[in-house]
Design a protein around this ligand. Structure first.
Ligand code: 8DG
Ligand code: MN
Ligand code: MN
Length: 368
């Protein structure tokens, strides 16, 4: 009798919203390389290519073990020729030459620095790059007029590009809670985004605010912002009012990934007590932290919560599943069933997954 040692064969559903992706990643070498290529594609405004690399990375993130040979990947979805070449390169040579040369390219490095400025997207960064602006000092010398967001982004560049810790997120949570309760007692505040998925650091802190009585939440944001401003917590803020009712997104034309909630993109000033010495006591030092605040009517809360918890790929895949497999349109406001021509109500994330015919995936397993 002969025994053959078979490699572990991996399998995974092709929709990320059907997979459980925790923060435990056994294939960081592979996923980091694919993420660099995704990022590069996004900076070049090649969305299709970006999504393809993101999907490939996400499939590898959910595997229970490290990939050790190409054969193990047979039958896995979302791995196109290009991604397979990148993986092969890493398995054979320990690194992806394409990812390495991308990382070191002048263009990639410059676009990363420029889009690191809050308020600067891929388009603007590309225009500046083509004008020969490759660094922050070159930007400052260029005499370009920057909008308010970009000015703040430049002013607090270093702090904003430092990861936010969970401790800092908790400190911000306390401030936001105080502000919201000062202007609307009974309102409810939920931490969303990466921190709700269990991440220990983030690029910002995301909050969703609602009130159990429908309508009570109207006009809340300007009041919260005034309170925060009066207490000196805001370094920058831009509030956008709710535009859902006047929007043209009918059932057939749902909001894309942009929603229409009342929201505030801000930069908080966080002072931390830093122990300087036993005798001297404490000295205050401050840091700037990006904070997103969103207000939702309670009737849309479950959709808003699902939509703002992420990850971005998980959200995209949920909408793709809804549209392609269920003939439904999912947004952060609602779920519309095109066959029944009606909106499906939900007061929890669990109900939304059930409407979509999906097994419930908790936030900590949405790290696709
Ligand atoms: P990080 O900050 O820790 O880096 O990661 P994150 O928390 O997952 O990313 P994020 O950029 O803060 O986004 C959090 C979620 O919010 C993500 O699922 C995408 C979602 N989101 C935006 N902008 C918008 C928007 O305009 N509409 C909707 N519906 N969702 C949005 O970031
Ligand atoms: Mn976030
Ligand atoms: Mn955010």
């Amino acid at each position: 009798e002969k025994y053959f040692l078979l490699p572990v064969l991996f399998s995974a559903p092709s929709y990320a919203c059907k997979r459980r992706t925790t923060l435990k990643n056994h294939n960081t070498l592979l996923t980091e390389a694919l993420s660099i290529l995704a990022e590069s594609a996004e900076l070049n405004e090649d969305e299709g290519r970006g999504v393809a690399f993101r999907r490939a990375a996400a499939v590898l993130k959910c595997l229970p073990k490290a990939v050790s040979s190409m054969e193990q990947l047979r039958g896995l979805p979302c791995l196109g020729d290009h991604s397979m070449r990148v993986i092969k390169d890493i398995l054979e040579n320990g690194a992806s030459s394409e990812a390495e040369s991308t990382k070191q390219s002048e263009r990639f490095k410059a676009l990363k620095v420029l889009t690191g400025i809050f308020g600067v997207g891929a388009k603007t960064a590309d225009r500046w790059f083509r004008e020969g602006i490759h660094s922050l000092s070159q930007l400052q010398e260029s005499g370009h007029t920057l909008n308010q967001a970009q000015q703040a982004g430049l002013q607090f560049y270093d702090d904003i590009n430092l990861p936010v810790s969970k401790t800092e997120a908790d400190a911000i949570s306390e401030i936001v809670e105080k502000a919201v309760h000062a202007v609307l007692p009974g309102a409810e505040i939920t931490l969303t985004g990466g921190f709700r998925r269990g991440k220990l650091t983030g690029h910002d802190v995301d909050f969703l605010i609602t009130h159990p009585e429908e309508g009570k939440e109207e006009g809340l944001m300007p009041k919260v912002v005034s309170w925060l401003e009066s207490q000196g917590f805001l370094l920058y803020q831009k509030t956008t009012r709710n535009s859902y009712l006047e929007s043209k997104d009918g059932p057939g034309r749902p909001a894309s990934n942009m929603d229409r909630f009342e929201r505030c993109l801000s930069i908080f000033k966080l002072t931390k007590d830093r122990c300087v010495g036993q005798k001297q006591g404490t000295k205050q030092s401050a840091t700037a932290v990006r904070v997103d605040l969103v207000v939702s009517p309670v009737s849309q809360f479950a959709f808003a919560l699902l939509g703002w918890t992420g990850s971005k790929l998980f959200e995209r895949e949920l909408r793709r599943w809804a549209g392609h497999e269920k003939a439904m349109s999912l947004s952060s406001h609602a779920l519309y069933d095109n066959k029944q021509s009606r909106y499906l109500r939900a007061s929890s994330e669990e109900e939304i997954f059930a409407h979509l015919g999906l097994e419930y995936i908790p936030p900590t397993e949405r790290n696709a």
